[in-house]
Design a protein around this ligand. Sequence first.
Ligand code: FAD
Length: 294
Amino acid sequence: MSRRQPAHIFSQRLSWARQSLHVPHGARFASTTPPHKPRLASRKVAYTLFGLSLSLPAGYYLFPSSSPLLPYKYSDQPLQSSSPLTPVHKLLTVAVPPTSKEWFEKPYRTDGTLADVGGGEIVVQHVMVKSPDIQIERPYTLINDPVQEKSMRMVVKRVRGGEVGRVAHSTKEGDNLGIRGPIPTFSIYPSQYDKIVMISTGTAITPFLQLLSKLSPSSAPSLEIIHALPTPSPNALASNGSTPLSPLDLDWANSQQDPTFLPRHVEKFGSGLKVTRFVQGTVPREAVEGALVG
Ligand SMILES: Cc1cc2nc3c(=O)[nH]c(=O)nc-3n(C[C@H](O)[C@H](O)[C@H](O)COP(=O)(O)OP(=O)(O)OC[C@H]3O[C@@H](n4cnc5c(N)ncnc54)[C@H](O)[C@@H]3O)c2cc1C
């Protein structure tokens, strides 16, 4: 959209120049001979305005600002970073364009109404990422608080035969990614609860990492995360290429590689956050029952 903006600015500026010079369309071809001096002065103004109208669009193309991020329309967003976390997980960082920060500061709920951020409501958001080749899109959850950090981060798992995962994993820093968003995943008034229990397996921990990033220890209720690591695909090999991949090789969430991963939240919330983890597969029933009772 904004790629077309310079043409628009250009034509606007020329018509503004015409108005300020009181030159009607086609006046150049009129046979009247205006007085000598005013004509020179008009020329100077015209050259200045013409110069401006050329230099502004040229500057736009030489130093492009990123396109606005919109929930209803795709735009190409440059990746600030694209770093591997495990053999199958990548961490992607995208700057929030300054013109788009309101989507995060004044978020919408899933029903389309504005959230009551001032009243303590938190909206967990995701974005849609598209494949440039075929018309498919997939949702990816932000793991951080884009208002505080002015950037969005997501962890993308590559699954066998997965198209958008393949696109995300083939990116490097500076590449463009087709994104639309943010889109509300769910919203919650944390202060209305005595305890929030967050149960997930694998990358499904991402909405909880965002919630923890947006929560303040001073206003948070008691928190508990129950998380099971995913089972690696059979025959998947660790980064050394010879030993089979173990669940711990996929344990990015418990690493120090990003400030939104579990160790930093444990530091931030102290005894206010209990983390119970299972190395492989499913979350046992007793763990959920224990969290709900305790
Ligand atoms: C609200 C929401 C938020 C999400 N947030 C994240 C996120 O933060 N990070 C993230 O990595 N994913 C997230 N997902 C899942 C993501 O949107 C895609 O479904 C996933 O990345 C696969 O897309 P793909 O195009 O690569 O594979 P597809 O072409 O859709 O799938 C290829 C094959 O892989 C299978 N498959 C799909 N997902 C998985 C999986 N997780 N494990 C094993 N097999 C699978 C499919 O059934 C299919 O057979 C989220 C989904 C939702 C609904």
